[in-house]
Design a protein around this ligand. Structure first.
Ligand SMILES: Cc1cc2nc3c(=O)[nH]c(=O)nc-3n(C[C@H](O)[C@H](O)[C@H](O)COP(=O)(O)OP(=O)(O)OC[C@H]3O[C@@H](n4cnc5c(N)ncnc54)[C@H](O)[C@@H]3O)c2cc1C
Ligand code: FES
Ligand code: FES
Length: 493
């Protein structure tokens, strides 16, 4: 049984482990306002908003409504949450500002994308309410809407609608004025679902010890965190899961623990939760997150999932490789640590034993003179997987490159460091001569494959061009000037 609130009303519904929120809504709950387009998290037609009291609790964050793709989010992840759908926004005939502004700006034609777009605008409007929120600029607007496609209207009227939400009466949804809702929600989210109640095998351990036991009892089960990779097996490859073990409530996987030298990032920490730390200490890495999936994806997807999935084009592994990241793994034999570099063995093959999970990822604190640049190349800027990603970390001491780390995604079966190129540049002055040698070494070191995203030749040329881009960055008089992407974004808006 799943117990949650839907548009302010308490619900208790039965569901199989591999039912999505979208299936639950459009089937048993008979709410068809939420649409299905791609069924793979790409179009945003199915966007809903979810608030979970436990999310962000470790930082005492207020309850927040975050967008999610209902098509790839397990219905069981609604346990103890408040789900808002398009049906839950208007107060009688009085439209929510997100709806009223879309009407006023003619933001809808066929209307298929409209519920999803309105839900993204609703979440944006809610965020604007919080005292800490920054003014709505074009960058934040595009970050909020980057996961919503519209084929007919064109984005300008939708953008106009987003920017004019505050021109409309601030009509709160009916559930927003219920003073008991939040405390009921807190109570509900505390209720631990026991295994016997967990009909159909959706396991929700809350500690690492419980997780290990669940994995031992159910060796056939898949682990699930944000489900943004795993659920494509259900919707695209028609896989069925009789048993799933959810990692999102496991305390040890949900924390960011600071040490003197760095941070252990819990494997089930989402990109949205991780982003403020990165923005403060590794802005180049934080900038990459603005290019990773969409707001809907970043709200739910986890760094542990990105690493465990072991895709050669996953975005965070190359960057973490340049940071000398380490992994903490746990299984019935206990806990062990290993360098991230030793984790990726071959295409989608890792050092993780079948009965192990990733608990946390260690990221060192930046040294004052360490620099990091990350460049992602993809066909679209928003919500697109990398064709190629290059990450570069170095120190410049007395005009000489030291501690050079270079890693690429999309250039081999696994994300990898190119140590031969690092060696070619270590101890060198970053001039054209040294980089010409480094480029030749890179050309000799890598044999990328051709696929739908890019040919072998394109990838090799682009990887070499990223080396050149790094050289040009180093040549800039002020190395603290914004990264080329930041400068480009500023120009674009
Ligand atoms: C529309 C869309 C856009 C995307 N864009 C990007 C992008 O731009 N860049 C990018 O890198 N990725 C992208 N992805 C892929 C995906 O979002 C990321 O890889 C994400 O980090 C996966 O995290 P998750 O929590 O959703 O993983 P899940 O789907 O829950 O899990 C993925 C796999 O890892 C395993 N797993 C998860 N956590 C653990 C753990 N702690 N220990 C052991 N095994 C574990 C699961 O069993 C599963 O096999 C995109 C996906 C979608 C649907
Ligand atoms: S239906 Fe396209 S993102 Fe869900
Ligand atoms: S209005 Fe038709 S897809 Fe957006």
């Amino acid at each position: 049984m799943i117990e949650f609130f839907l548009n302010g009303q308490r619900q208790r519904v039965a569901s199989t482990p591999d039912t999505s929120i979208l299936e639950l809504l459009r089937g048993p709950l008979a709410l068809q306002g939420t649409k299905e387009g791609c069924a793979s998290g790409d179009c945003g037609a199915c966007t809903v908003a979810i608030a979970h009291p436990q999310e962000g609790q470790w930082k005492n964050l207020p309850l927040a409504y975050r967008t999610a793709n209902a098509c790839i989010t397990p219905a069981h992840q609604l346990q103890g949450a408040h789900l808002i759908t398009i049906e839950g926004l208007a107060r009688g005939d009085a439209l929510h500002p997100a709806q009223a502004s879309m009407v006023a700006c003619h933001g809808s034609q066929c209307g298929f994308c409209t519920p999803g777009i309105v839900m993204s605008l609703f979440a944006l409007h809610e965020q604007q309410r919080t005292a800490a929120s920054q003014p709505l600029d074009a960058h934040r607007l595009e970050a909020a809407l980057g996961g919503n496609l519209c084929r007919c209207t064109g984005y300008r009227p939708i953008r106009d609608a987003a920017l004019s939400m505050n021109d409309h009466p601030d009509t709160r949804p009916p559930w927003a004025n219920d003073p008991t809702l939040e405390s009921e929600l807190h109570g509900l989210s505390q209720s631990v679902v026991s295994e016997s109640e967990n009909q159909g095998g959706y396991q929700t351990p809350t500690t690492l010890a419980e997780l290990i036991i669940a994995m031992q009892r159910h060796p056939e089960a898949s682990l699930v965190a944000g489900a943004t990779d795993l659920w494509l097996d259900v919707t695209q490859r028609l896989a069925r899961f009789d048993t799933l073990i959810d990692l999102r409530q496991v305390e040890e996987l949900r924390q960011i623990a600071e040490t003197a030298e760095g941070w252990w990032i819990g494997a089930a920490v989402t990109y949205r939760e991780w982003e403020p730390l990165l923005a403060e200490h590794y802005p180049g890495f934080a900038h990459l997150l603005t290019r990773l999936g969409s707001a809907q994806i970043r709200n739910r997807a986890t760094v542990g999932g990105n690493i465990a999935n072991a895709s050669p084009i996953g975005d965070t592994p190359p960057v973490l490789l340049t940071l000398d990241a380490r992994l903490r793994l746990a299984g019935p034999e206990g806990v062990r640590e290993l360098p991230l570099e030793s984790f990726f063995l071959d295409y989608k093959r890792t050092a993780l034993e079948p009965d192990e999970c990733i608990v946390a990822i260690y990221m060192p604190k930046p040294q004052p003179d360490h620099e990091l640049r990350v460049w992602k190349l993809s066909k679209r800027r928003e919500d697109d997987i990398s064709t190629l990603l290059g990450a570069f970390r170095w120190r410049l001491r007395d005009g000489v490159l030291t501690d050079v780390r270079i890693a690429y995604g999309g250039m081999a079966a696994v994300p990898l460091r190119v140590t031969a190129v690092e060696d070619a540049l270590e101890g060198q002055t970053p001039g054209e001569d040294a980089f010409e040698i480094a480029k030749q070494v890179l050309r000799d070191s890598l044999t990328p494959m051709s696929d739908a995203r890019g040919s072998r030749e394109y990838r090799l040329t682009a990887a070499i061009n990223l080396l050149e881009r790094w050289r040009l960055t180093l040549a800039r008089a002020d190395s603290n000037a914004p990264t080329p992407e930041v400068a480009l974004d500023a120009y674009a808006h």
